[in-house]
Design a protein around this ligand. Sequence first.
Ligand code: URA
Length: 440
Amino acid sequence: MRPQDLIQKKRDGGELSPEEIALFVRGVTDGSFADYQAAALLMAIFLNGMSEAEAQSLTQEMLRSGEMLDFSDIPKPKADKHSTGGVGDKTSLVIAPLAAACGLAVPMISGRGLGHTGGTLDKLEAIKGYRVHLSLPEFREILKSVGFAMMGQTADIAPADKKLYALRDATATVEAIPLIVASIMSKKMAAGLDALVLDVKTGSGAFMREEARARELARALVATGNSCGVRTEALLTDMNQPLGYAVGNALEVHECIAIMRCEMNEHARPVLDLSLELAARMVSSAGVESSLEAARERVQRALSSGAALECFRRNVEAQGGDARVCDDPSRLLDLNLREVRVESPHAGFIVKVDAAEIGNAVAAIGGGRTRIEDEIDAAVGFLAEAKIGDKLSAGDALGLLYCRDETQAQSASARIRAAYEIEDAPPSLPNQLIKEVITE
Ligand code: URA
């Protein structure tokens, strides 16, 4: 079958067979499909969608385009968490050590921040010396000895995704749910997991802003994961404001270590609550505990006993970082920064927050990237003190901005101030952190 026959079939609303999908993915990977043909097929998929069977075949073929990591020599259940990303979304740094302290092996392959969303690798690199570029043998050794290891995507894992993602980006087809599912799940499935918990975010700082679309994505991810033999569930969670307290790499690591030291600021509570729940679901799905209730208790004990912090410390040491931050998280902070109080312009209730704008404001002063090759300034950021539903007087703090100079102070504080909608009446509905659990 020629590429144009596949394009025609999908263009006319047909369903591609597993063999035809295999042909497409192989053609993209080995270059026998021209970019314009792959792009045309992507657009046909964008417009006509894919059946569950097609999405599963696409995931399987993208997975097969690269290497499977084999951790079968590690005698522990393997589990991971994936978040669709957001602003202040730092839970991986708490979840990985919590789950590892409960007896799981967590091979976490993470990404960098781009645009308004942060990335776990950038956060970890805020710890002096921390190495995220590991060889596979090093990654395996740390996973074995510590219980979790963190690194970036390698060229050998689902290489078809790299090509397809670049084409999707250039052809306005990123948002197609079956393409997102295959992209995320082909990379996650490569780690040979027993269980996967997904945190699908919805709201003003999320990749999928609309709740109905986020739910649709969550359901499709869960169906695909389960069909690939990995016990998969998803939480649909709030991203209508920054998660917890800090936005900015070093500030976020500080927040996570404070949580693991059981000395967190109350503003960080949503990070703790969400981390405990996601970790408990990893522990129960992977079969370490037979009930979710028992898993929740186990995860709570791993936190309160200090076992999770110890696990984090061992990971930082193993990955070359300065583990003294575990005893004194203030070592992460740069005391030369300017601290600027961002104030509410008038009295009222916070009814809405443009979380993406806060992420973008921090990225624009160096805290994130607008292009993948940009350098970042790990120290700058924002501490979000005021939350949706809070009642403020004029001049009360929305939060604290940490930046380098007056120009940054002016531009970022104006953007952040404008991201908060403050009205006379409180919001009609409370903001719910976990909106739904999707298991099938
Ligand atoms: N994240 C991914 O890895 N792929 C997508 O397509 C979207 C988000």
